[in-house]
Design a protein around this ligand. Sequence first.
Ligand SMILES: [Zn+2]
Length: 409
Amino acid sequence: MLLTHASQLLTLQGEAPRRSAQMRELSIISDGALLIRAGKIVAAGTTDEVARHELAAGADEIDCRRKVVLPGFVDSHTHPVFIAPRLVDFEKRIEGASYEEIAAAGGGIRSSIQGVREASVERLAEHVLDALREMASYGTTTVEAKSGYGLSFESEMKSLQAIRLAAERWPGTVVPTLLGAHLVPTEFRSDPDAYVDIVCEQMIAAVAKQKLAEYVDVFCERGAFTTEQSARILHAAVEHGLKTRVHVCQLTPADLQPLLEFHPASFDHMDYVSDADLRLLVKSDTVATLLPAANYFLGLDRFPPARKLIEAGVAVALATDYNPGTSPTTSMAFVLSAACTHMKMSPAEAITSATINGACALGLQQTKGSLEPGKDADVAIFATQDYRELAYWFGVNRCEKVLIGGREQ
Ligand SMILES: [Zn+2]
C-alpha cells in the first residue's frame, strides 16, 4: 500500500521518549508518502522519494492530498471494563452533591462494581469491544486496558478475560493491566491489608500464570492505597515478572522515591508533584501520563502542571483515562484540545505525547508511536491540512481513515 501526497506526514521519527524542546519536533514531511508492506512500514519520505522505491510499483495507492497523516494514537490509560454510564454521579455532581451523597443516591464507583460483578464475561467483552472500535474511529490504534471494577478475585479475573476476548476481536494492539488495587472494596474496609494480601498473593500470581496482564497498576492515594501498600503490590508484581505503572498524585502529593524503585513504566495523573520528585523523574525512564479529560469532566480548575514537567525534562504522555466515573470519552483529539487549552501544551507537544511518548509509557516504542521503516503500519489519516488542527477542532471527529497493521478499517 502506498499513501501519497499528504499535506503533512508527521513521522515522529527520532529519539524516544521525547523531552523538553524535542517534544515540539514532529519530524514533518510535506507532500509526504508512506510505503507499507505486510503490515510494516517500508519507507517514509516525500512522495517523489517514496514513489521511486522498488516496492512502490503496483502498490494500492491512497491519495492523501489535503490530509494530515500521523501514527495512530496510543491511548496508554483506559478503564473500559464496565457496564453502565454513571448518570447519577453526573447529575448529582452538577447539583453540588458530595461524594457521600452521590453514593447514597446509588451512584459512585460501587455502582460500577456491582455492574461488573453481575455481568457475564461475554457481556463485558462486548462493552470493551464497542469502546475499542469507537477509539479506532477517532484514530487510536493502541490501547492500554485496565481491570479494576471487580475488586474480588473472580471479578478481576473475569474483567481481564473480557479484555482478552475483546482484544482477540479487534485488530489494534491492547495492553492489559491488572488494577485489582483500584479501591479497597466495602467488605474489607475494616482490614484493608487483608485485601492487599489477596491482590498480592492471589490476583497477581494467577494473572502471571495465565498471562492475563502485562502490567500491574495501583491507585496510590489518600482513601485508596498507602505508599507502603502500593510498594507491596508493585513488589509482588515484579517478583512475578509483571511490569508496573501507578495512579499517583491525582488528589494529594505523594513521595515518588519508594515507588520509583520498581521502575514503573508510567506515573499517571500527576496533578500534584513536588520539585524534588520532578528532579528524580527527569533522571528516570518513567513517563508522566497526564489525563486532562478527567479534570475537565469533574469541572476542576486545577490541571496537571504540564509546562513545569516538560520544562524540567520529564517525558510526558497524554491519555483519555476512559472510565464511567470521571472521564467518559474515547477521543484522543478531545484530550489534545484539553491539553492545549487547559495545560498550555503546544499542539506539537500534545501530538508527541499522544503518539511516541504514549508508546514509551507502554514500553512499545520499538514498534509503535512513529512512522519509521520497520515499525507497525498503524496510521491515522485526518481530514485537515495542518497538524495544529488536530487539537483545534473539538467535539468533532476529523479522523477520516485508520490503518491498523497496514489494513484499512
Ligand atoms: Zn485511571
